[in-house]
Design a protein around this ligand. Structure first.
Ligand SMILES: NC(=O)c1ccc[n+]([C@@H]2O[C@H](COP(=O)([O-])OP(=O)(O)OC[C@H]3O[C@@H](n4cnc5c(N)ncnc54)[C@H](OP(=O)(O)O)[C@@H]3O)[C@@H](O)[C@H]2O)c1
Length: 345
């Protein structure tokens, strides 16, 4: 195994100020420091890949989300990543192991392998280790537990997915196909509709079409599962087309994250007359079953049934613009940053 040369110092992206609207360059500060020492009981990690997720803007805003401590101005931004063990003074890890966990936006981390860091080894499956931030990591697990355990798909079900070209969405539409469902993907723009068309029976371009009108055309018998990544008026439109026993899965509400007040869906009583359910889920509540999900998702990936769609920001410098791309609708698939690559022989 050969690796790219290591950086000579640690770089960290820190919170410079609270974001207003989408994140901009002035919200971030890049700091340089010495590579940390590896003390007894610790491992020294060198970052290979860093995740980019909508929740990171919440971290920068000082909110406590996903069990992470609220960030103060000047703190290193929270973020999951994939890293290689450079030095090990911990009995469970060897130099060269590749792990994933809470690394923060930095090049090096001396980790004490605490529960909160959720550090775990990644098996070499012959696919990019970056997939551990996408189809084989939290993004894939969100799609898996949300769609399979909350959506309860059956062959022949009609499934509607919003942000269908995003990280979670691009996996959900493929899981729906694997389960023999009819799939309608909602996303913004012709390019994104084209990108997901191979897994969707129909697409709705919400930027250029009326979602309400298209749903009325496409759903004469209603929908069986709505997998909601966006909330707001798209959720409201889908609640007008529930089939008997429909399942609405609340994964995210990105259309509301920049609003001062939540949208406030008013037609939720539509659930009642069709015995429908609306369930939220939080991926970390399923931590006990991550290994099962990873095994199943990896089987689908290696069999070619699940094709990870990735949107890669190149280099650590690209982290701030990579995060901004999520809120400016630019990413197709799971967004992450390639900081340093391992080349396998
Ligand atoms: N419940 C959980 O445990 C859990 C876990 C992970 C993620 N999530 C949530 O799941 C959702 C998807 O997460 P992800 O990581 O896969 O991100 P993602 O879908 O890749 O997020 C970015 C996409 O969201 C869409 N978007 C952005 N602003 C929007 C707006 N104002 N209105 C409508 N769509 C907008 C854009 O796609 P278009 O171009 O199609 O608009 C954009 O490309 C997010 O809401 C996230 O917070 C929840």
């Amino acid at each position: 195994m050969t690796v790219e040369p290591l950086p000579e110092s640690n770089l960290q992206w820190c919170v410079a100020r609270r974001p207003k609207g989408n994140v901009v360059a002035q919200d971030f500060r890049l700091t340089e420091s010495q590579i940390p020492d590896c003390k007894d009981g610790q491992i020294l990690l060198s970052t290979l890949y860093l995740n980019l997720a909508p929740v990171m803007r919440d971290y920068m805003s000082g909110k406590s989300v996903a069990g992470e401590a609220p960030l103060n101005i000047g703190d290193v931004i929270h973020g999951r990543g994939v890293a290689q063990v450079l030095v090990s003074k911990h009995p469970d890890f060897e130099v060269g192991d590749v792990v994933q966990g809470q690394l923060g936006w930095q090049l090096f981390k001396a980790s004490s392998v605490t529960d909160g860091e959720r550090i775990s080894k990644i098996p070499n499956r012959g696919v990019s280790y970056g997939y551990s931030l996408g189809a084989l990591g939290m993004t894939g697990f969100s799609a898996y537990f949300g769609f399979i355990e909350r959506g309860l798909p059956k062959a022949g079900d009609t499934v509607v997915v919003s942000a269908a070209a995003g990280g979670v969405g691009s996996i959900v539409i493929q899981l729906a196909k694997i389960h023999g469902c009819r799939v309608i993907g909602i996303t913004g723009g012709a390019e994104k509709c084209q990108a997901i068309s191979q897994w969707c029976d129909d697409t709705i371009d919400y930027k250029n079409e009326s979602v309400a009108e298209r749903l009325a055309q496409l759903l004469p018998n209603g929908l069986d599962i709505y997998f909601d990544n966006v909330g707001g008026d798209t959720l409201s439109a889908c609640l007008n087309h529930l089939a008997m026993g429909a399942r609405v899965v609340l994964c995210g509400s990105i259309s509301e994250y920049l609003l001062d007040q939540p949208y406030g869906v008013k037609n939720y009583t539509n659930l009642r007359r069709v015995n429908a359910s609306m369930n939220g889920f939080f991926v970390y509540n399923h931590a006990a079953d991550f290994a099962t999900a990873e095994e199943q998702l990896a089987q689908w990936v290696t069999a070619g049934e699940l094709q990870p769609v990735v949107d890669i920001a190149e280099g650590f410098d690209a982290m701030p613009t990579g995060l901004a791309r999520l809120y400016s609708h630019k990413n197709i698939g799971t967004a992450y940053c390639r900081v340093r690559e391992i080349q396998t022989a």
